[in-house]
Structures are given as C-alpha cells and as structure tokens.
Design a protein around this ligand. Structure first.
Ligand SMILES: [Fe+2]
Ligand SMILES: [Fe+2]
Length: 120
C-alpha cells in the first residue's frame, strides 16, 4: 500500500531527527548505536514493503531500485563498524549521510515507484 510507504518514510525521518538531537547534544556512542539499529530495522521493514509492491506491479526498475537499497545497508554496516571501533566524529557523518540519502532516494526513486503504482 502506497500509504504505508509514506508513513514508513515519515517514521524513518522522525528517527533521523531523533538521531540529530542525540548528535547535537553530544550523546555517547551507545544511545546513538541504539537508534541507529532501530533505523536499520525500520529500513529493512520498509524495503521489504517496497520490494513487495515492486514485485506485484512488475515494476520495470525493480532490480536497480533494490540494489540501491542494498548499497545503503553496506554503507550503514560500515558506519556501525566505525561507531563500534570508537571513530570520533562518525556520528555526524552518519547523520549527514542519512539525511541526504533519504531526501535524494525518496525524490529520485520512490517517487517514480509511487507514480507507477498510482497509474495502475
Ligand atoms: Fe522508500
Ligand atoms: Fe526505495
């Protein structure tokens, strides 16, 4: 359902805003790690939803779109590793990356998917 996609995005953006609050107040790595793993879980659930919709619509750009989701996971697991190894300043990089990724991806990829689904 397309409404679910929108509410997933809103939830993910809300979590990223919570992360921003933690980063700006200089929280330690453990609350940051906790919210990051919630963000990763939320993305997993959300990407499954999008993949289901793409499958049922026989969406032409499915493979490309799914591989872009995969690239995000690779990047996030790298960030988790850096966070665990105590790399200073990585929290800001994670935040910047997530903010720009979600904005770009929703506008460039999810919007096209939504338009295709609405046209059916
Ligand atoms: Fe999405
Ligand atoms: Fe997507």
């Amino acid at each position: 359902m397309i409404e679910e996609i929108d509410s997933d995005h809103a939830r993910i953006i809300e979590l990223i805003n919570n992360l921003e609050m933690l980063v700006s107040t200089g929280s330690g790595s453990s609350p940051i790690m906790e919210i990051l793993s919630t963000i990763i879980d939320e993305f997993e659930h959300h990407f499954e939803n999008e993949a289901c919709l793409m499958n049922s619509a026989r969406y032409a750009h499915r493979d490309e779109h799914i591989s872009i989701h995969g690239v995000l996971f690779d990047k996030l697991s790298r960030f988790v590793y850096l966070l665990e190894t105590g790399d200073s300043g990585v929290d800001r990089l994670i935040l910047e990356f997530l903010n720009s990724w979600i904005n770009f991806h929703v506008v460039e990829y999810d919007k096209k998917l939504a338009q295709t689904l609405l046209r059916r």
